[in-house]
Design a protein around this ligand. Structure first.
Ligand SMILES: Cc1ncc(COP(=O)(O)O)c(C=O)c1O
Length: 472
């Protein structure tokens, strides 16, 4: 058989697939029980040369996949407490396999006969949980960064004439927390707003925006000749998991004819929780809202919902104003998703999220949020009770920033984080708050419990003790 035809052989697909599923299942058993280190960190140059060596060897495809796994970080290990990416529900990964195999590009209906309806159902489900009414709609896109850019372009199309006239004769701006994710800053710069057009809002001790400063900041911007067309609420912020007050933002936005966008990439899924949805109070009044299903909804990357209170606005982003102001009685062609997204061809992302809904029901998202936020609160309490550590702030979400108390905390905590990375037993990150280094953990895996929190603190103490011995 020619090499080309061999690649398309279904029998081979089946035999390698069966072997791989057995291997992956065993891998999952080990990872979830902490029987393999969370990380196998290597210097980047070493990693590259080891892959070059491997590709020269005579090895099977299964060996290749095994090496991919070996050299990757293991999010299903409960000692993973680092960046905000979900430990995906393993069953949802089958959706990824199907998406990759069928390769239905989705941009037009006939290229996504299953994925377009499922995308509508997935986004309608999130709209409903947010409290939007039947006039709302959304779509999926490839990540929170692209989602923020998409929503801000929509805001500019609706609130200004830039889509038709360009922005050479006016200075435009957006208002956003100084703690916002960098993707908002990046989106503003891509849109040509420049540094001056990014009006940074100051935060208080809990790292949420001081809502009483909004008017003052707008007046300052206007005095500099900037026309502010949008304000962004971080719901929650990336570094500390702090939620801005959406209701105060909405009142301000309404008074000043400004678009309100809610960046719920991380914390937006709290809308599914009766216990925590108060953190997003007022989100149902936001003009646009994004949620990363690959962060807090157990969906494999990438899968981000971009939602609009007014579904007509889904067509405003890339169209001329006159075109999106279609008569509401005309057909609303949700099924041609490419009109609304940056992507033309895109993954069948919703089939992964809807696989979770099909298998467990949407209630499982509430269980996840409650588990992760409750566990984070327990971890914060454990830290608070230990005189060797201090919290940067009481967490509102599942992100906890803390540090070991020492004479030179920045240097010591930074070295601790590096050592943890290299040793691979745990995975945590670090952040800078008010100019100081803090260890930062995001509790993303529902299997991470108090036992792992105690072990992490023990490990930090052990590393710091060894470091003290070495400097003596
Ligand atoms: C608040 C917030 N917005 C946007 C993003 C970007 O999302 P993505 O990584 O999916 O592009 C992140 C990522 O951590 C985030 O925390």
């Amino acid at each position: 058989m020619s090499k080309l035809l061999d690649l398309y052989n279904p029998d081979q697909f089946e035999s390698i697939g069966k072997e791989l599923i057995t291997f992956l299942s065993d891998y999952l058993r080990k990872a979830t029980a902490d029987k393999i280190p969370v990380n196998n960190y290597k210097d980047p140059e070493l990693a590259l040369s080891s892959w070059k060596e491997f590709m020269k060897k005579d090895a099977s495809l299964i060996d290749y996949f095994k090496k991919v796994i070996e050299d990757s970080i293991h999010l299903h290990n409960p000692n993973y407490m680092g960046h905000q990416v979900s430990a995906p529900a393993p069953l949802a990964a089958f959706g990824g396999l199907i998406s990759d195999l069928l390769n239905n590009g989705m941009a037009v209906y006939e290229m996504g006969g299953a994925s377009n309806p499922l995308e509508k159902m997935a986004t309608d489900l999130i709209c409903q949980a947010a409290g939007y009414d039947e006039n709302s709609a959304g779509f999926m896109t490839s990540g929170g960064t692209l989602a923020n850019l998409t929503a801000l372009i929509t805001a500019r199309s609706v609130k200004t004439n830039v889509w038709d006239e360009g922005n050479s004769n006016q200075k435009l701006g957006i208002m956003v927390s100084e703690q916002a994710h960098y993707s908002v800053d990046r989106a503003a710069r891509i849109m040509g707003l420049g540094s001056e057009g990014i009006i940074k809002l100051p935060v208080g001790d809990d790292y949420s925006v001081l809502a009483q400063k909004l008017t003052e900041k707008l007046e300052e911007a206007e005095a500099n000749g900037i026309h502010v067309f949008a304000i962004v609420s971080s719901s929650c912020s990336t570094s500390t998991g702090s939620y801005d007050e959406i209701e105060a933002f909405k009142e301000f936005a309404q008074m000043n004819n400004i678009w309100l966008h809610v960046d719920g990439a991380h914390g937006g899924s709290a809308i599914f929780s009766k216990k925590y949805k108060h953190l997003l109070k007022g989100v149902e009044k936001a003009d646009s809202f994004i949620v990363d299903c690959h962060k807090m909804m157990m969906t494999p990357t990438l899968c981000t919902a971009v939602l609009y209170k007014n579904r007509a606005h889904t067509l405003a982003t890339f169209r001329q104003k006159a075109e999106y102001l279609f008569d509401e009685s005309e057909q609303y062609d949700w099924h041609n998703s490419g009109k609304r997204t940056f992507e033309c061809t895109k993954l069948m992302m919703s089939i992964k999220m809807m696989a979770i809904v099909r298998h467990s029901g949407a209630e499982v998202f509430e269980e996840l949020v409650d588990t992760l936020y409750d566990n984070a609160a327990k971890f914060a309490q454990i830290i608070d009770d230990d005189p060797m550590f201090e919290l940067a702030l009481q967490p509102q979400a599942n992100i906890i920033c803390f540090r070991l108390i020492t004479d030179s905390p920045d240097e010591v905590n930074s070295r601790i984080r590096q050592k943890i990375l290299e040793e691979g037993k745990f995975y945590i990150v670090q952040t800078i708050l008010n100019g100081h280094v803090y260890l930062r953990t995001s509790i993303m895996n529902p299997l991470t419990t108090e036992h792992h929190f105690h072990n992490l603190l023990k490990e930090i103490k052990r590393i710091s003790y060894i470091q003290i011995q070495q400097t003596m």
